[in-house]
Design a protein around this ligand. Structure first.
Ligand code: ASP
Length: 606
């Protein structure tokens, strides 16, 4: 290689060395005929200097000067020169190469750049161009230090995970991208078959069925960095295609899967940060998580826990609560203590939270402030003094504390309450930074029942092993989630390995025997050839990297993401397909003129 060093490599110990650096012209400035250039690559930035007076002849100087006139910003260039110490007082302590510079003896342009649409150098906060511009010119965006760091950590993570799993006898196996639908709760992306017109493949929402069939096939420890495709609205932590570290094991119990993940994450953590993580990770049951934190992936780094009040207010004359409790709903409260808020929550803030509560699906929000020892607000007249005293005691409320009460059906009320809890914590700056709290969510239900239609839905997916009678009340499932700082990193479970139970679960989910045969006949059959007890898990790689790097969205850790409207602005996909190609596939489309890819509106809500 002509390049002798990277732009992040040279130090004072290299003084006097003849080097060749190749990289991009980040900034250049001219001081009376002497040019200073910041030459950048993914490893760092080195200052290079063109000083005509230091070159052997004028001819050399003018030849190099002519070449360097083409050194526009972000051009790829090559320079030869000698490493020398920077003039006293000009060293840059923030840059590891900041004590030296390279005095140019020769220069070559390798790839000239047009004027870049935005400045690639490290941006001060708020100066970054809008995300769509960065997406459109992602190759330029990738040159930014922040992006290089994300891509590097991602690669390190994948490498370390592979190293760990291979050491534990896991085999990496690829599973098909063109396949039959795998139900993970989203819509499928479908791909037409040319050979069998009128039929379609589905892109996998996950490799679930294939990894289970690998277990039937005796590959008792499998993993894969699997690309998954789910057609759902994009959000900060989702986009149409994403990567999972997918795993499956045979002859195991729940704890064996959790042990492997704890071992893996600790190994990765040590490799990335040189720090030990405390294992085992704590466990919290689903019901407890919902009732204390209003979430099945609670952020437990701060308090603001819910307190159940249904018993305390059961005889309250307040009609709204009575109606809710009679139809099986709950009343719960959260105490925003004066100590936490510094007494900063005023009437306007309360109104803001009432509006927010409506936005997150709560019917309303009841509030009280402890004044002169008593819960006080415009509705306390509907409460008896004993009940008010009961609320105050149950919520351990003190003078000046604000109590927010939520009421309604169990699930939606706790979920809405959880969103409110998060909002309050963010407003009051209660969320600690740089604390990583892993935990397992356990004791999950097998099904969820739609309160309106009464229809059963799988809590995770239909392949989870039920714990007990599936027709019994509140049947549990052998499934669990791993969570980090209020995010679900991944889900896992023990699976059904008995074909009859698998069919029974499908029936419970409303499938007829014909549907089962048509959609999953092949899979049920596979289970009937000595399927071992097995289970597995999948960890969202994009999400994991996003959280550990403290990024806003998973788009920041994916080299070529789709934008908020599921569009790749770089290659303008999805795109129209020429008529003849569609004819070949025997597909007719309605007109899709006037596609407006640039207009972005996204629900960033969870
Ligand atoms: N297939 C599941 C998912 O994608 C994970 C698992 O159960 O292994 O969420």
């Amino acid at each position: 290689m002509k390049r002798t060093n990277t732009c992040g490599e040279l130090r004072k110990s290299d003084l006097g060395k003849e080097v060749c650096l190749q990289g991009w012209v980040r900034f250049s400035r001219d001081h009376g005929g002497v040019a200073f250039i910041d030459l950048a690559d993914r490893y760092g930035i080195t200052q290079i200097v063109f000083d005509p007076a230091d070159l052997p002849s004028e001819t050399d100087a003018s030849r190099i000067s002519d070449v360097m006139k083409k050194f526009t910003r972000e051009s790829a260039v090559s320079v030869n020169g000698v490493v020398r110490e920077r003039v006293e007082g000009t060293a840059d302590a923030r840059n590891p190469t900041g004590e030296i510079e390279v005095l140019i003896s020769d220069a070559e342009i390798l790839g000239r750049s047009k004027i870049p649409p935005f400045e690639v150098g490290d941006q001060k906060e708020g100066v970054l161009p809008n995300e769509d511009v960065r997406m459109k010119y992602r190759y330029l965006d990738l040159r930014r230090t922040e992006m290089i760091e994300a891509i590097t950590i991602r690669s390190r993570f994948m490498h370390l995970a592979r190293q760990y799993l291979e050491s534990k006898d896991f085999l990496e196996v690829e599973t098909p991208i063109l396949a039959r639908s795998t139900p993970e709760g989203a819509r499928d992306f479908i791909v037409p078959s040319r050979v069998h017109s009128g039929t379609f493949y589905a892109l996998p929402q996950s490799p679930q069925l294939f990894k289970q069939m690998l277990m039937v096939g005796s590959i008792d420890r499998y993993y894969q960095f699997a690309r998954c495709f789910r057609d759902e609205d994009s959000r900060k932590d989702r986009q149409p295609e994403f990567t999972q570290l997918d795993m499956e094991m045979s002859f195991i119990e729940e704890k064996d899967i959790q042990d492997v993940i704890e071992g893996l994450i600790s190994f990765v953590w040590d490799g990335l940060y040189g720090k030990k993580l405390e294992v085992p990770f704590p466990r919290i049951g689903y019901t407890e998580a919902m009732e204390r934190f209003g979430s099945d992936k609670p952020d437990m780094r701060y308090g603001l826990e819910f307190v159940k009040l249904t018993d305390v207010v059961k005889d309250v004359p307040y009609e709204i609560f009575q109606r809710i409790m009679k139809s099986g709903g709950i009343v719960a409260g959260i105490n925003v203590s004066a100590e936490l808020s510094g007494g900063k929550i005023g009437r306007n803030d309360i109104d803001r939270y009432i509006n927010y509560a409506k936005k997150v699906g709560l019917g309303g929000l009841t509030w009280m402030k402890i004044q002169d020892g008593v819960p006080t607000s415009n509705i306390t007249k509907y409460f008896t003094p004993e009940i008010l005293e009961g609320i105050k005691n149950e919520m351990k409320a003190e003078e000046g504390d604000i109590l927010f009460l939520v009421a309604g059906p169990w699930k939606s009320t706790y979920e809405g309450g959880g969103a409110l809890r998060k909002k309050i914590a963010e407003d009051l700056d209660l969320v600690p930074k740089d604390v990583f709290q892993f935990f397992w969510l356990v004791d999950c239900p097998m099904f969820e029942v739609d309160p309106v239609s009464g229809k059963y839905d799988a809590f995770h997916h239909p392949f989870v092993k039920p714990l007990g009678d599936i027709d019994g009340k509140a049947c549990g499932g052998a499934c669990f989630d791993i969570c980090l700082n209020g995010n679900e990193l991944g889900s896992g479970s023990l699976r059904i390995n008995d074909p009859e139970i698998q069919k029974a679960v499908f029936r419970k989910l409303g499938k007829s025997d014909e549907d089962i045969e048509e959609e999953f006949g092949f899979f049920v059959e596979a289970l009937s050839y000595g399927a071992p007890p097995h289970g597995g898990i999948a960890i969202g790689v994009d999400r994991f990297i996003t959280i550990i790097l403290g990024k806003e969205t998973i788009r920041d850790v994916i080299a070529f993401p789709k934008n908020k409207k599921a569009v790749s602005l770089l290659d303008n996909s999805p795109a129209k397909v020429p008529e003849d190609k569609l004819e070949e596939l025997q597909i007719m489309t309605l007109s899709i003129d006037d596609l407006d890819f640039e207009t972005v509106e996204e629900s960033e809500e969870e």
